[in-house]
Design a protein around this ligand. Sequence first.
Ligand code: URA
Length: 439
Amino acid sequence: MRMYDIIIKKRNGGVLSEEEIRHVVTGFTNGDIPDYQMSAFLMAVYFQGMTDEETALLTEAMANSGERLDLSVLPGVKVDKHSTGGVGDKTTLIVAPIVAACGCTVAKLSGRGLGHTGGTVDKLESIPGTRTSLPKEEFLDVVRRTGIAVTGQSGNLAPADKKIYALRDVTATIDSVPLIAASIMSKKLAAGSDCIVLDVKTGSGAFMKTVEDSIRLAEKMVAIGVHNGKKIAALITDMDIPLGYQIGNSLEVEEAVRTLQGDGPSDLTEVSLALASQMLHLAGKGDLASCEQLAREAIASGAALEKLAAMIEGQGGDPDYIRHPERLGKAPVCAEFRAVEDGYITKMDSEGIGIAAMLLGAGRETKESIIDPLAGIILEKKTGDPVKKGETIARLYTSDERKTEAAGKRMQEAVAIGAEAPEKRPLIYARVTEQGVVR
Ligand code: URA
C-alpha cells in the first residue's frame, strides 16, 4: 500500500477503507510516513471531508495508537467531559467536583492552553503544590480515595493525535469537522470513561464559528461515541463572549471556587449546571430536572467545594487555597481598560480577549512559552452592559508592565461600544444526543 495512492484517492473524493486509514495512522505515528505526505493527506481531508464510517475508523486507529486506560478497576460510573476550547472556560473545575460529590467517579485527563484558549492543567498548576503529571497508579489511587482526579495527558495516550495535531496546527487544517471529531474522540475513547459530555463551543472564540457547524461537529462526535458503546451527549454553548468575568489561570480558579460557593456569575453557573446535569443524567442519576436539583444541592451543601479541596490535596496541593482562594493573589501590575465613549458594549470578541490575556502572560504563544499563573483579565462589564466614557471595562493584570500596551491594543480591537444594546444571545443553543438535536 502506498501513501501516494491514498492521497490521490482522498484528493479525488474517494472513500478510504479501514486498511488504508490504519496504514496512514500507524505509518505516520511510527515515522514511516513523512510530514509532507501527511500534510497533503490532511489538506485532502480538509477539502473532501470524510464519511461517518471513515471518521469512526480514523478515530479508532488514533485511539489505538497508544495506551488505552482501563478504568474498570475503579468503582462507580466513570464520567468525563470535554470542552472544544474557549476563553474564561473554567467549567471543569466546577462540574467535575459537582458530579463527584453526587457519587460519580471522575478520572479526567485534561490539556494545556494554547493560543487564545486556556487549559485546565494550567489552571490547576496555579494552585501551589498541585501536581498534574501523576503516574497512572497514583492517579488511579487519588480517584479511589477521593472519587476525583484531573491530570495532564500522558504522552502515550493517543500519540497519533499529538503528532497529527502538531502538523494540523501549522498546515491550516485545524478547523475540519472530521479531523476535530477524530482528535477529540480518540483521546476520550483512550481515556476510558463510560459516559462523556461534550461542550461544543460556538462563536468568535471557538473553532466552530456558527451554530450549524457546531451541531455538525457534535453529531459526528456523538455518533463515534455511540458506535464505541459510550453514553454520550453534547451541548452547544456560546463562546462569542468569554464565560464568566475572569480570564487567566489563578483568576479562573478563584471564580470557579466562588461558583462552587454559590456566588458565581450567572452565565458560568448556568453552563456549569447544564453540563453537570447532563453528566449525572448519563450516569443514571435521574431525569435532567432532578439531576439539576442534585447539582444545585451539591453546591448549596458545600459538598462540591469539599470535593475540589480533596482533589487538590490528593494531587499534592494545599486545599486551603480552595477554601480561601483570595490567597492565590493577583499579578502586581494592574492597568485599567476604559470606555472611550458613552453607550452600550455591543461586542466583546472572545478570541481577541483571549489573545490579550495571553499577551499579559496568562497563555502560550508557542508550546514553549512560560505561563504567569497570576496574569489575566477581570472584566467589569460584558456585552450588553451600558458604559459611561472613562468607566472601567476591564482590569489587566501582569507581572511585566511592558506587556500592558500590546494587551490594551488587543482589548481595543476586541471591544466595541455602540448607541444601542445588542440582542441577547442564548448561552445554550442545542443538545445533541443519539436521538437527535433539541434546540
Ligand atoms: N481540541 C482537540 O483536542 N482537537 C482538535 O482538533 C480541536 C480541539
